[in-house]
Design a protein around this ligand. Structure first.
Ligand code: SAM
Length: 265
């Protein structure tokens, strides 16, 4: 898969391309990745890429012509690419979006700066706007790195362990179970015994169960929108009964609110 990033700060991507999984994916020929400097497509000696907003107001806006030329250059290199503008008003990027983008031939990622890009670029040259969350960054570069990282690790053969990406959080719309490594005891806390048992079936069951528990505790919204199989329902009911038992026992032990001390209720 081919990635082209359009930015006024191409140097930010040098360390990104040169480390870890992205480096390996490039070396193995699974991806090509390059930053295109928008300034190289700007006019004049000063290579200006921004200008004041029509209608007044603070901040600058990225001019359409350099962006449009830079996008054309990227499309020459990767004709089949989807052109994505990183933008706080875009589709919020999640694992499903990463899965969808991992199936396309290439990505051209346009990084805004200042107040953003001239609106006409969005209409004429952008296939999709993507936000990495409901907050505002100073520029699209970090957002582009997030998208590239999440997409590349889904490409066939990129991750070391054949099934690592399949077991990640969100791969089944569930959070992942906890992980443990040596030492077997740390700060008085032991590794769950089942993980030392060598019993693969039980370890798998435990991991699945903990995955459901993590999800119900931290992101119950994920379970609401997802069909659960019989086993998952049994596990959640079991945990539900345990929680109910603990709460009931505590409730029975509570001071009677009518006794006057309501602050303990
Ligand atoms: N004025 C814009 C607004 O209120 O929506 C914010 C512009 S922001 C300071 C500059 C650039 O950072 C944007 O054009 C976009 O490329 C990038 N950016 C900021 N927040 C982002 C987010 N949550 N997701 C993706 N890109 C973002």
């Amino acid at each position: 898969m081919d990635f082209r990033v359009l930015t006024i700060f191409p140097d930010l991507f040098v360390p990104f391309w040169n480390h870890g999984m992205i480096r390996r994916a490039i070396d193995q020929g699974r991806i090509t990745a390059a930053a295109i400097d928008i300034r190289d497509h700007a006019d004049g000696r000063h290579r200006v890429t921004d200008d004041r907003p029509y209608g007044g107001g603070s901040g600058m806006v990225m001019k359409p012509e350099p962006l449009s030329r830079a996008i054309s250059k990227a499309k020459e290199q990767v004709p089949e690419a989807v052109t994505v503008l990183l933008s706080p008003r875009g589709r919020v990027f999640d694992q499903q979006a990463a899965r969808e983008l991992a199936t396309v031939g290439g990505l051209i990622l346009v990084c805004g700066r200042y107040e953003g890009v001239d609106e006409r670029i969005c209409r004429t040259s952008i296939d999709l706007e993507v936000s990495v969350g409901d907050y505002v960054l100073t520029g699209g570069e970090i957002a582009a790195m997030i998208v590239i990282d999440a997409v590349v690790r889904l490409l066939p053969g990129v991750l070391g362990g054949a099934d690592s990406a399949q077991k990640d959080s969100f791969s089944e719309d569930l959070l992942e179970h906890g992980h443990y490594t040596r030492p077997a005891e740390y700060m008085g806390e032991a590794v769950p015994e089942v993980l030392l048992s060598g019993h693969h079936g039980e370890i798998e069951n435990w991991r699945r169960e903990m995955s459901l528990v993590q999800t119900v505790l931290k992101r119950p919204d994920l379970l609401e929108s997802r069909p659960l199989d019989r086993r998952a329902i049994q596990v959640l009911k079991k945990w539900g009964r345990t929680i109910e038992r603990i709460v009931d026992a505590q409730d029975r032990g509570c001071a009677d609110p009518s006794s006057g001390d309501e602050s303990k209720g």
